[in-house]
Design a protein around this ligand. Structure first.
Ligand code: KIV
Ligand code: NA
Length: 270
């Protein structure tokens, strides 16, 4: 059955944890759906892991639509959330609605995600008024890396923690159906999770959140540029891929591949 915003609300009410992973392509999305993941985020982290940028700032609407549509084609039961890229929603509420609409129409998303608290509540309100579900994102929000002066844990002082709690309540009031909490102290995430009626999805935010999300190349051990503390490797696919590529390279060069089993025989006589 299709996971929707209703599923998210029901799971929080029932105390069931929500599983999310990022994804950027059709083949991997099919595997994530087959594994029972509740929702997929086509994150603008694709700027890092797919396109090799040092941050997410250069990611475009076209990038999000191309990868988003590929994922959506694979997903029947899994909810697909597509990230709004940097500067696609900050300028105005009307531009935010237009771009969210493109992610729905051209990207075939079921919901969109954007970063920020009180500062983007007008956008959340306008997008949800258009019938488009919005996931919010607070804490270490990567599109603000230059304002933060690097990727660092947020909400560490009592003032900052209070501000985050206020922002969380504000995005809930504005109509967000869920909120990602990234890189904040576990006790603060627990407090926010308790005070909100919408589910919190944590990444580097401890075990009290209503759900969890990771970048799939991180949790598979494929991405090695940097590994944040909160990433757990559920497999070492990077190592396995490297070994398989090397075995192929050896067999091609030695002539062991292709053997008769992987070649076509002589044409049949008629
Ligand atoms: O872009 C992304 O992958 C994200 C998640 C890490 C929450 O926003
Ligand atoms: Na993102």
């Amino acid at each position: 059955m299709k996971n929707t915003v209703k599923t998210f609300a029901k799971m929080k009410a029932a105390g069931e944890k929500i599983s999310m992973l990022t994804c950027y392509d059709y083949t991997t999305a099919k595997l994530e759906e087959a594994a029972g993941i509740n929702a997929i985020l086509v994150g603008d982290s694709l700027g890092n892991v797919m396109l090799g940028y040092p941050d997410t700032l250069s990611v475009t609407m076209e990038d999000m639509i191309t990868y988003g549509r590929a994922v959506a084609r694979a997903c029947h039961d899994t909810m697909v959330v597509i990230d709004m890229p940097f500067m696609s929603y900050q300028v105005s509420a009307s531009q935010a609605v237009e771009n969210a609409g493109r992610l729905m129409k051209e990207g075939r998303a079921n919901a969109v995600k954007l970063e920020g608290g009180a500062a983007v509540c007008a956008q959340i309100d306008a997008i949800t008024a258009a019938g488009i579900p919005v996931m919010a994102h607070l804490g270490m929000t990567p599109q603000s890396v230059n304002a933060f002066g690097g990727n660092r844990v947020q909400g560490k002082t009592e003032d900052a923690a209070q501000q985050l709690l206020e922002d969380a309540k504000a995005v809930e009031r504005a109509g967000a159906f869920a909120v990602v909490l990234e890189c904040i102290p576990a006790d603060l995430a627990a407090r926010i999770t308790k005070e909100l009626t919408i589910p919190t999805i944590g990444i580097g935010a401890g075990d009290a959140c209503d759900g969890q999300i990771l970048v799939y190349m991180d949790m598979l051990g494929m991405f090695s540029d940097y590994t944040p503390k909160f990433v757990k490797h559920f497999a070492e696919l990077g190592k396995e891929m490297k070994e398989a590529f090397a075995a192929y390279d050896r067999e091609v060069k030695s002539g062991a591949f292709p053997d008769a089993a992987h070649a076509f025989g002589a044409p049949a006589k008629d």
